[in-house]
Design a protein around this ligand. Structure first.
Ligand code: SF4
Ligand code: SF4
Length: 910
């Protein structure tokens, strides 16, 4: 047994990368979310000079694609090196041709996979098993881990087993849920790795390598006379692999005390109803079964570890003979098939066994990281309990089209033994990093197990993040989102007007709010429902103006360490002084490379935090009549109001199947209705006479949030008094009649400051005053919003009159790309905006995968829009690797259309 177990606090990617780096000589990598951190860690380990267990620094080589990485792995294995790679989703699909070769040549390797959804009607960076299931025919073994601990342990078990069996392996764990979940786990010492790694098998692998001393030929071309027989020649290797994996697991158990089996059974020994599942879904299944068995239900679950090769003997032996009904849960969808892959395997396994066939139904869950929690597991057992259980069902969605979904009993609860915290932050505001630090601090300082999971959408920045942190005395299997929180913090005040932030607070819990209001003012600023919730739940309510503290400490918008300090001060998880000491240590670690001054600024912010933290004494009755703000403007389309707004409100899970177009089509022009309202400071056109009307501010704005128009002076009389205008300068304008206006959209501006920075019009009297200047939004927002609402309805100048081949002229054209979710200050979007101003009414876009496909095509809203004639860019994205070809295809189709139109026109010639 491992003598002293090192506790590690890390996520699944890092846990796996550590083992891969210690057990390999070469890693050929290519990044793809959510597996990229594994390659990055391996690269960083080697860059720091860390060695593998043989004392060598592994060579990490980044290739041009996943196809290239797989090719390099293939070659390196034939050269005799221990070699690995990391990937997910389409990246894994690009490896398939080489995977057949590697398996066909019996080369030992492990590919570590953070399993992710394959793009179909839409791309998704989130997790399910559609990628790995698309490779189950390649001949690779497949081990599934459901937790960070298992992902790490199976990385080693797979590595040892592949060397012994000569069958290559995928070490699979769920993208995001496991790859990005931070857990406190038991590490594996080098001593254990040394003992596990079979040196004789490593030597055999090296001796088989291509070598001119003993030359052989591989990868030949074969004909009908021999190919078939040679293909069957490897059968015995697959037949013995399950036994080898089990023996490896047994050896691992002896050395570490952690026991695994090819199929792990949990639950009642005489269970009548059983769920079969693999991956991170095992967590809620385990918790639900514990609760149900304690209440006397005869239920159980079989957790599949070794999915390929699938061993019927081991599988059947692990299931109680009492089983009458089985639900097989697949985290993938195979349209048109009899059933999903695990379901088909289970049915076939029973058919080939000597056991009578129980009632077996298949279900789908968790596609694209859809939530899977104990209420859903209970729903699966309720379905099994029905007289005629629904087959090929779905759980976790409402399917009003083909009626596959099963109902969920929301009142079902499992026992909770953890302290649960929720933190609402704005993307890139540092909330997630601070919480990662907090987990490390708590995990290092206490005996508690810790878990951190971070929910963000794929917007580049500026959207909401929710950090889910659990701490407790027992190992944490809750691989699902927190529903009842002991502590809730809202780091962005604007959220309070839109979201039911305290909806998940438990009675007597604690609520921390970052707000630009004092403890005496804050109560009146809350919506009615929030006040009612605080009173009903008897919350301890704290407020701090962290933005002001950060500003005074010269930290700009970085409020993370301030709010982290408040969390430790009021949650009582650690003694306050101890926590502050550790936060400061973390600051030194994070910022010392930026210099002492930055470290000191953060120290000051920490010290000032507690002086500015106040408990709010609130009345016992509601005083507000304020409702939550709508997520979209009143003029939004019905689809935007009924569908997209639900997604913006964080209620997308409640949307039924029937509201979606089955081919993935969505309307454009919807970002105009989503007022994200994320800036604390916005620009105001302060001096119309100082302004040179150069339009540089408009050109540079990444969000099309500041715009210029020239209108006839007859319209000025209808302007709100606050909307400024001035005689328009330059051609083609008539300075006697035409008025120039510059206006910002306050709820779409991200406060990036670029427009003010580029403005050349500086006051002679005050060098800090320009034609436009940043103002505190809360002081100007009402006026500027009214101005914008009027401005946007004003006509655009006749484009035929404008000279548009210069900065100034181009900015009077309507942008057909606006208010995207790109990062504040983005350098790409101004160019896209300009393209749409010049040619947007005639554009068809084949968008390469990357930032521009995310801010361009990420739901809920889309920034491409239309002009008054309804014309605008039509947009689509194919794959990471084929955009040039995809664009060429679009062009060929357009050419064909054009040729036909020309032919038809010619027919009309007299
Ligand atoms: S601050 Fe940034 S987002 Fe706002 S108007 Fe200026 S350039 Fe645009
Ligand atoms: S950059 Fe400055 S001078 Fe130029 S149009 Fe904008 S506000 Fe006026």
């Amino acid at each position: 047994m491992q003598k002293k177990v090192q506790k590690l606090i890390l996520d699944g990617n890092e846990a796996v990368a550590r083992i891969a780096h210690k057990t390999n000589e070469v890693c050929a990598i290519y990044p793809i979310t959510p597996s990229s951190p594994m390659g990055e860690h391996a690269e960083a380990f080697s860059a720091k000079g860390q060695t593998n267990i043989f004392g060598d620094i592994p060579r990490i080589i980044e290739m041009q694609s996943e196809g290239g990485a797989a090719g390099a792995v293939h070659g390196s294995l034939q050269g005799g090196a221990l070699t690995s790679t990391f990937t997910a989703s389409q990246g894994l699909l690009l490896m398939i041709p080489n995977m057949y070769k590697i398996a066909g040549e019996l080369l030992p390797t492990v590919f570590h996979i953070a399993a992710r959804t394959i793009a179909t009607h839409a791309l998704s960076i989130f997790g399910d098993h559609s990628d790995v299931m698309a490779t189950r025919q390649t001949g690779f073994g497949m081990l599934f881990g459901g937790t960070v601990q298992e992902a790490q342990d199976f990385a080693l078990i797979a590595q040892v087993a592949t060397l012994k069996a000569r069958v290559p392996f995928l070490n699979v764990f769920d993208g995001f849920r496991t790859s990005h979940e931070i857990q406190k786990i038991d590490g594996i010492s080098d001593d254990v790795i040394h003992k596990m790694m079979p040196l004789d098998k490593i030597m055999e692998h090296k001796e088989r390598a291509l070598n001119p001393k003993n030359p052989v030929i591989r990868g030949t071309s074969q004909n009908p006379d021999v190919f078939f027989q040679a293909r069957e020649a490897a059968n015995l290797f697959y037949q013995r692999t399950p036994r080898i994996v089990q023996e490896t697991m047994d050896e691992f158990y002896k050395l570490t005390g952690r026991k695994y089996e090819l199929f792990d059974y949990i639950g009642h020994p005489e269970a009548e109803e059983v769920i079969i599942i693999m991956g991170s879904g095992e967590g809620p299944v385990k918790e639900t079964i514990e609760t149900m068995v304690a209440e006397g239900d005869k239920v159980g679950a079989l957790i599949v570890r070794l999915y390929r090769p699938f061993d019927i003997g081991y599988f059947i032996d692990k299931l109680p003979k009492t089983v009458q009904k089985i639900a097989v849960m697949d985290r993938t969808k195979e349209s048109g098939s009899v059933g999903e892959p695990l379901y088909l395997d289970v049915v076939a396994a029973y058919a080939e066994s000597d056991r009578p066939m129980p009632a077996i139904v298949g279900g789908r869950y968790g596609l694209s990281s859809k939530e899977f929690n104990p209420t859903m597991v209970k729903a699966i057992f309720d379905n099994l309990n029905a007289e005629t259980p629904k087959n090929h069902f779905t759980v976790g969605i409402i399917d009003d089209v083909s009626k596959t979904s099963i109902p969920i009993d929301k009142l079902f609860h499992t026992k909770k033994s953890t302290f649960n915290c929720l933190f609402y932050g704005l993307g890139s505001d540092g909330t997630v990093s601070a919480n990662k630090n907090s987990i490390k601090i708590i995990g290092d300082t206490t005996d508690h197990y810790t878990q951190g999971y971070f929910v963000y959408d794929s917007n580049k920045a500026g959207s909401q993040t929710i950090s889910h942190l659990r701490f407790g005395p027992d190992p944490i299997y809750s691989t699902y989102l927190i529903n009842t929180a002991d502590f809730i913090a809202c780091h962005k005040f604007n959220f309070i007007d839109r979201y039911d932030i305290i909806g998940k607070a438990k009675k007597g819990g604690t609520f921390l709010l970052n707000a630009p209001y004092s403890k005496d003012e804050i109560w009146e600023r809350l919506p009615e429902k929030t006040q009612q919730g605080i009173i009903d739940k008897e919350l301890k309510f704290y407020v701090i103006d962290a933005t002001k503290v950060a500003h005074e400490a010269k930290l700009g918008r970085r409020t993370n360490t301030i709010l982290q300090t408040c969390f430790f001060a009021i949650s009582g998880i650690l003694p306050k002084e101890d926590a502050i000491k550790r936060i400061k240590n973390a600051i030194v670690k994070s910022y010392s490379h930026k210099g002492d001054a930055i470290v000191q600024m953060n120290f000051n912010a920490v010290d000032k935090s507690l002086e500015n933290l106040f408990e709010v004494t609130y009345p016992k009755k509601v005083t507000s009549s304020k409702a939550f703000k709508s997520f979209v403007t009143n003029n939004a389309t019905t689809f935007t109001k009924e569908v997209l707004a639900m997604s913006m409100a964080g209620k997308g899970d409640l949307l039924p199947v029937g509201v979606f177009m089955p081919d993935g089509t969505f309307p454009t022009g919807t970002s105009q209705y989503q007022k994200r309202d994320i800036a604390d400071f916005i620009p105001v056109w302060d001096d119309v006479d100082l302004c040179t009307q150069c339009n540089k501010c408009s050109l540079i704005c990444p969000h099309s949030a500041i715009r210029a128009k020239v209108v006839d002076e007859s319209m000025v009389s209808e302007f709100p008094e606050t909307l400024g205008s001035v005689a328009a300068k330059g051609r083609p304008f008539d300075k006697e009649k035409d008025k120039y206006i510059l206006q910002v959209s306050p709820y779409d501006c991200t406060g990036c400051n670029l427009c003010v920075e580029i403005c050349p019009a500086v006051s002679k009297e005050d060098e800090n005053f320009k034609a436009i200047n940043m103002h505190s939004k809360k002081e100007v927002v009402e006026v500027e919003a009214a101005n914008w609402n009027h401005f946007i309805e004003l006509p655009n100048y006749d484009r035929k009159e404008l000279k548009v081949d210069n900065v100034k002229g181009s900015q009077f054209l309507q942008p057909l790309f606006e208010f995207s979710g790109a990062c504040p200050g983005c350098g790409e979007t101004p160019y896209i905006k300009l393209l749409t101003q010049l040619w947007g009414d005639n554009m068809v876009i084949a968008n390469a995968t990357g930032c521009s496909s995310i801010y361009g095509g990420n739901l809920p809203t889309t920034p491409y829009t239309t002009n008054n004639d309804g014309r605008g860019p039509a947009w689509a994205n194919s794959l990471f690797e084929d955009n040039a070809e995809y664009g060429l295809g679009l062009k060929l189709a357009l050419n064909a259309k054009q040729a036909r139109a020309q032919k038809l026109l010619k027919l009309l010639e007299p």
